[in-house]
Design a protein around this ligand. Structure first.
Ligand code: SF4
Ligand code: SF4
Length: 286
């Protein structure tokens, strides 16, 4: 039997919320949890669900909070959820940018102005233009995101643009330069860019390829090694309990417990995605 390294829980700094479950208004061909309008594998979290977890997190000394899905702004409680979170710490929202209507952007601006903690937005784009982006994210999505970005710019919110390596050449020096220039052209003078590798699970396993058997971690990790993995400092809250990280949501073995506190224990890194995290130094945090 292969011995897999275990990642220790060093300190719970970050708490993630799968706030929209696996429900999304689009169906990207590279989505590592195959989110879609009809995927109810994880359900949305209510304001009460989030408030209950925030109370747990306060006791445990969590420093910051991330919200993802699916598409977070499909959750009708999203603004009240952010309001409650910002009373306790900084928050970041990962969105596909399609629902950033003017009223939502104005409400986000108001939350930012009223809170002593920061609120950050991450908007996904997977291409250098409408054609390359929509080939991955769906027809007409680029145009909707452009409206959302314009609405953000109008209220002075400068989002981080997240691009995966599904966008050809995104991770090259030239690709980065092109993307930064593209973000400037949207009206953001100080472009913010995050490039993410692909996880070969979910829809992406079909679009490109699944993991090969050799893509597995066998070597033991030192504490220094482990500290670069986000699972040593974060956990993910979903409608089905607490999971080890934002990536392995389709794996029952990645569900650690009902309570956050019970989840603060080592986890075996036996998944192909763990190989990507280690080799590429991935963190889903900004
Ligand atoms: S990658 Fe993001 S926007 Fe695309 S289907 Fe998955 S959750 Fe939705
Ligand atoms: S997929 Fe990455 S973040 Fe999740 S348990 Fe494996 S190494 Fe940790």
């Amino acid at each position: 039997m292969t011995a897999h390294p275990h990642v220790p829980m060093l300190a719970l700094d970050t708490l993630w919320f799968q706030v929209a479950g696996t429900i999304c208004n689009i169906t990207c061909t590279h989505c590592f949890i195959s989110c879609s309008p009809t995927n109810h594998s994880h359900e949305m979290l209510s304001l009460t669900d989030v408030e209950t977890r925030l109370a747990e997190a306060r006791v445990l000394g969590v420093r910051d909070y991330y919200f993802t899905g699916g598409e977070p702004f499909m959750n009708r409680d999203m603004i009240p959820i952010l309001r409650a979170t910002l009373e306790q710490g900084p928050a970041s929202v990962l969105t596909n940018g399609m629902l950033l209507r003017k009223e939502i952007c104005a409400q986000l601006r108001e939350l930012m102005d009223r809170s002593e903690y920061s609120l950050d937005l991450r908007v996904s784009l997977d291409g250098f233009d409408a054609a390359s982006h929509d080939a991955i994210r769906g027809k007409g999505v680029w145009d909707r995101v452009m409206i959302g970005l314009r609405n953000l710019a109008e209220v002075g919110i400068n989002p981080v643009i997240t691009v995966t390596e599904a966008a050809d050449g995104a991770a090259t020096e030239l690709g980065r330069a092109r993307l930064l220039e593209m973000i400037r052209s949207f009206g953001f003078d100080k472009p913010r860019l995050k490039i993410l590798p692909l996880f070969h699970i979910g829809a992406e396993a079909t679009r490109s390829r699944p993991y090969e058997p050799w893509e597995i971690l066998n070597d033991m990790l030192t504490e220094d090694d482990a500290s670069v993995l986000q699972c040593s400092t974060s956990r993910m809250v979903t409608s089905k309990g607490v999971y080890v990280c934002p990536i392995l949501l389709d794996y029952d073995e990645a569900r650690m417990s009902d309570s956050i506190e019970e989840s603060l224990r080592p986890f075996p890194l036996k998944f192909g995605a763990c190989h990507t995290c280690w080799v590429d130094g991935v963190s889903c945090r900004t």
